[in-house]
Design a protein around this ligand. Structure first.
Ligand code: URA
Length: 225
C-alpha cells in the first residue's frame, strides 16, 4: 500500500479524536460522527452547516437532497465530489435538524479549523449562513456576501468564497440561480479554465470507496478522510 501523505495522516489522526468527542450533547444523540469526505489533496474545500438525518445514518456529509444538488453544481464545473473535500461546521447531527447552537459551534470549530489547516486548500467555499459567519467572523448574512471572494482570516493566500447553502436553493429558484452563477466563478478562482478543472483540481486520492459502499456506515479503513 502506498505510503500516506502528510494530509492523509493528519486527517486520520484528527478523525480519531473527533470520533471520540463527547464535549457537547450531540455526542449522546448522534448515530455517526460525520467527519468529512473527499480528497485531502484537493485545492477546493466546502464547508456546510451540520449533518442531517441521512448524513447521520451514513457518516458521510451531503448525501441527502442538498447533497444531490451540491453534486449537480460540481458537475456543472466539471468536478465530482471525490475531487473536492466536504466538511461541516458541526460534526454531529442536531436533533430534528434544528439550528446549531452557539455553544456547539464554539466547541466544534477547532476541528474544522484543524481540517482547513491540514488540507490547506486554495479556496474554501462556505455553504450558507452558519459556515460563512463562522469563517468570516462577521455577522453579515449570506444574501449580502455570496459570490464575493475574500481573504480567509488567519490563512494568507487562501480564499473564502461564500455561496448559498444548496438546501436554500432546492425550492427557491432565485437562490438556485445565484448558486449556479457563484459556482461558475469557481474555476477562475482556482486559477483553472473550466476544462482543466476536472484534471487539475482533483488530486491523488479520494474516498470514492465510501460512496461506492452504497451509503453503509463507513468501515474504519475506508472512510479514513
Ligand atoms: N446540510 C449540511 O449543511 N451538511 C450536510 O452534511 C448535509 C446537509
Amino acid at each position: 500500500m502506498a505510503s500516506l501523505s502528510k494530509r492523509e495522516k493528519g486527517l486520520i489522526e484528527l478523525r480519531r479524536r473527533v470520533k471520540s468527542c463527547r464535549q457537547c450533547q450531540l455526542g449522546e444523540t448522534r448515530t455517526n460522527v460525520v467527519f468529512g469526505s473527499g480528497s485531502p489533496e484537493s485545492r477546493l474545500m466546502f464547508v456546510g452547516e451540520a449533518p442531517g438525518y441521512h448524513e447521520d445514518q451514513q457518516g458521510i456529509p451531503f448525501v441527502g437532497q442538498a447533497g444531490k444538488l451540491l453534486e449537480k453544481m460540481l458537475a456543472r464545473i466539471g468536478l465530482s465530489r471525490e475531487e473536492v473535500y466536504i466538511a461541516n461546521v458541526l460534526k454531529c447531527r442536531p436533533p430534528d435538524n434544528r439550528d446549531p447552537q452557539t455553544a456547539e459551534i464554539e466547541l466544534c470549530r477547532v476541528f474544522l479549523e484543524e481540517q482547513i489547516s491540514i488540507i490547506e486548500p486554495l479556496v474554501v467555499c462556505s455553504l450558507g449562513n452558519f459556515a460563512t459567519k463562522l469563517l468570516t467572523g462577521l455577522p453579515d448574512g449570506i444574501s449580502r456576501v455570496h459570490g464575493n471572494p475574500q481573504e480567509m482570516p488567519g490563512h494568507s493566500g487562501m480564499k473564502l468564497f461564500p455561496v448559498y447553502h444548496p438546501a436554500a436553493a432546492l425550492y427557491t429558484p432565485s437562490n438556485l440561480r445565484s448558486l449556479e452563477a457563484d459556482f461558475d466563478k469557481l474555476p477562475a478562482l482556482l486559477g483553472l479554465s473550466q476544462t482543466q478543472a476536472l484534471v487539475e483540481t482533483g488530486n491523488v486520492k479520494s474516498d470514492a470507496s465510501v460512496e461506492i459502499n452504497g451509503g453503509k456506515p463507513e468501515p474504519e479503513q475506508l472512510g479514513l478522510f
